[in-house]
Write a protein that binds this ligand. Structure first.
Ligand code: SAM
Ligand code: SF4
Ligand code: SF4
Length: 348
């Protein structure tokens, strides 16, 4: 192996949070709807390219996740940026996470030609009521559903992120039924709506009746939907979290992943409150050194009420699931990713 790479700190995901802007206004989300002008777009694209270069120079990660707190596909050159990234990082996996509203067949076709790329589309349900926190437009929902079918048709491995709210928790099996009917590699990742300091979305939290229904309709029917669900341990932990209303166990995400926002801030964890360790665009290397010092088990403000798809990593780090059971998850189904997970686990 290249000596330089051996010396770099190893991570699993690089959560690239370049985009803050979005074309939707999901009621639970903290993203900003901003009209981007040409200068703004150019700045974001430059920031993305420069940020990737600096993270490459200082770390070694297995998979990049393109999401941001907004919508990456809003960048007019997003496809070129991904292709260019792929050309320069042939051995790295890519996950594009999107709301699925701006895709079409030519774009999906081009994405399917990029090896090591998988996608994650956010969808709270296949019917308007379940999906109403994301959009009230039936037309837009149909577009997302059509794009999901296209992604599957073109053979791109797919994860579906769903935020569990009052609108969809009790009837979540409807989404599973829908995904089961699509013949392809697709995994559903439900996780609960999360409070943010800057946004009160507590009116959307599912209640105990919704949670009971989720338990019987989803976990109770695991055998029927196992093809499109993550391991059962994940779902049990999800229900435990929703019932308790807070996490009572460790999270290793800040240790395993690297996260950078649109201003170049290296985040303690891209999923939590935006706590920065420093700015990667500044010349000092102390920012990455601070990241290296993050202990595997940390708790900080925001962790208590945070639960997302990364919980699967925590179950693995805590010896509660086998590495083999992660192969069904598209973003983890690469040798390089599983080897990296194994390596990181030895440091826990
Ligand atoms: C911020 S979005 C960015 C990517 C893209 N715009 C999308 O919607 O997929 C990333 C994920 O966070 C989820 N999300 C947004 N607000 C949330 C909240 N309050 N609680 C839990 N998940 C949330 C979205 O549904 C989506 O799956
Ligand atoms: S969840 Fe995604 S699509 Fe919805 S407002 Fe937030 S960033 Fe936009
Ligand atoms: S609990 Fe959430 S905010 Fe805390 S480290 Fe884990 S993923 Fe990040």
């Amino acid at each position: 192996m290249n000596k330089d790479l051996q010396n770099k700190e190893k991570y699993l995901f690089f959560d690239d949070a370049t985009m803050l802007q979005c074309n939707l206004k999901c009621t639970y989300c903290r993203s900003k709807t901003i009209n981007l002008n040409k200068v703004g777009i150019r700045k974001l694209e430059e920031s993305f390219v420069k940020g990737v270069q600096i993270v490459d120079d200082n770390t070694d990660y297995a998979i990049i996740k393109l999401f941001g707190y907004g919508e990456f596909t809003l960048l007019p050159r997003f496809l070129d940026l991904i292709k260019k990234y792929h050309e320069n990082h042939i051995s790295k996996s890519i996950q594009l996470i999107s709301n699925g509203t701006l895709l079409n067949e030519p774009i999906v076709k081009e994405l399917s030609e990029i090896s090591m790329l998988n996608m994650c589309i956010s969808l709270d349900g296949p019917v308007p009521e379940m999906n109403s926190c994301r959009t009230k437009s039936k037309k837009l929902l149909k577009k997302v559903l059509d794009n999901i079918s296209l992604i599957i048709e073109y053979g791109i491995p797919l994860e579906i992120n769903s935020v569990l709210t009052v609108q969809n928790t009790a009837t979540f099996d409807k989404l599973l039924e829908y995904l089961n009917s699509l013949d392809g590699k697709v995994i559903s990742f439900p996780f609960p709506v999360r409070p943010f300091p800057e946004l009160d979305n507590s009116n959307l939290f599912p209640n105990s009746i919704h949670i009971e229904k989720f338990k019987s309709n989803v976990i109770g029917n695991y055998e029927i939907y196992s093809h499109v669900l993550p391991p059962k341990e994940y779902l049990n932990r999800l229900v435990e979290f929703m019932e308790k209303g807070e996490r009572k166990w460790n999270c290793y995400v800040a240790y395993a992943n690297i996260g950078v926002d649109q201003d170049g801030n290296l985040l303690l964890c891209a999923c939590g409150p935006k706590k920065t360790l420093g700015n990667i665009f500044e010349k000092s290397h102390s920012t990455f050194a601070k990241k290296r010092n993050i202990k595997p088990k940390i708790r900080w403000e925001g962790c208590d009420y945070c639960f997302n798809h990364y919980e699967l990593l925590n179950l693995y780090f805590d010896n509660l699931i086998e590495l083999g059971s992660l192969t069904k998850i598209p973003s983890l189904n690469y040798d390089s990713v599983r080897n990296r997970l194994n390596y990181l686990k030895s440091g826990v």
